[in-house]
Design a protein around this ligand. Structure first.
Ligand code: ZN
Length: 257
């Protein structure tokens, strides 16, 4: 349906120098060693060449936009290999939040249809769709990152529907993963129920309680941007994410402003 809205594909991707220069200015990437930054920029360059970028609703995609998206998407997979994001091609950028037509089923089986306003969407059938202003806003370190969120969904989808249970690496226990994530999810839901309207804004966005898939994606955002609260409140889940992404973000980010 929305393929009709797609604009022109950008002609040229970002240069290596542009990727390195933009990486150096992203607070999200502070804490990476010089070697890691070079490796991350190289991986971003691969995604810039391999993925097809389209501007929707009149947006012209520039090399700087491609650099911003690919640097952020390279961070969660920098120790997983570029193959982790194989199997889909297209990244669509919108000039603002965008509307998608959704179907959902109520308990009892009644199917509803309606419009949702989104800033990002990872589709099981292919594209990742992002609002460009929100991509730009994501490169700080405040626990909120739409690119990492949608990439986490994409990794989760490597074994079917997003459900908070991505394919694990050799040596990781499926039982332990289930146990640790289910315990943290139940705890967070209880916390929201207990506090209700009184809930103070903590490090974890209440949207995480929407489903196990959203819990995994939102905690992945926190993991890469400000892992302190996550490591304190849900240390077992923090360790699962260290094993899954093969990065110790707490060690990397501690000591930075
Ligand atoms: Zn999501």
């Amino acid at each position: 349906m929305f393929f009709g809205f797609f604009g022109r594909r950008s002609a040229a991707g970002p240069s290596r120098a542009q990727l390195l220069e933009q990486a150096a200015r992203m607070p999200l990437l502070a804490g990476l060693s010089a070697d890691e930054s070079v490796r991350l920029a190289a991986l971003a360059g691969v995604f810039a060449r391999k993925k097809v970028f389209s501007g929707a609703a009149g947006l012209t995609v520039t090399p700087a936009m491609v650099a911003s998206v690919t640097l952020q998407m390279a961070l969660p997979v920098m120790n997983l290999g570029k193959e982790a994001l194989d199997g889909w091609q297209e990244i669509v950028l919108y000039p603002s939040a965008f509307v998608v037509r959704d179907h959902w089923m109520e308990p009892g089986g009644v199917v509803h249809e309606g419009d949702s306003v989104l800033i990002g969407q990872a589709r099981l059938d292919g594209p990742v769709i992002l609002s460009w202003p929100d991509v730009k806003r994501s490169s700080g370190r405040d626990g909120w990152n739409v690119v990492i969120h949608e990439i986490a969904h994409k990794l989760d989808m490597l074994n079917g529907d997003a459900n908070g249970f991505p394919p694990l690496h050799k040596g990781m226990s499926r039982e332990q993963w289930s146990h640790d994530w289910a315990a943290a999810y139940a705890d967070f839901q209880q916390q929201l129920e207990r506090e209700g309207e009184m809930a103070e804004e903590g490090w974890l966005d209440p949207y995480a309680a929407e489903s196990p898939a959203e819990f995994f994606a939102v905690l992945s955002e926190a993991f890469f941007e400000c892992p302190q609260g996550l490591a304190e409140d849900y240390p077992a889940v923090y360790r699962q994410l260290v094993a899954f992404y093969r990065q110790d973000t707490l060690a990397r980010l501690s000591g930075l402003e």
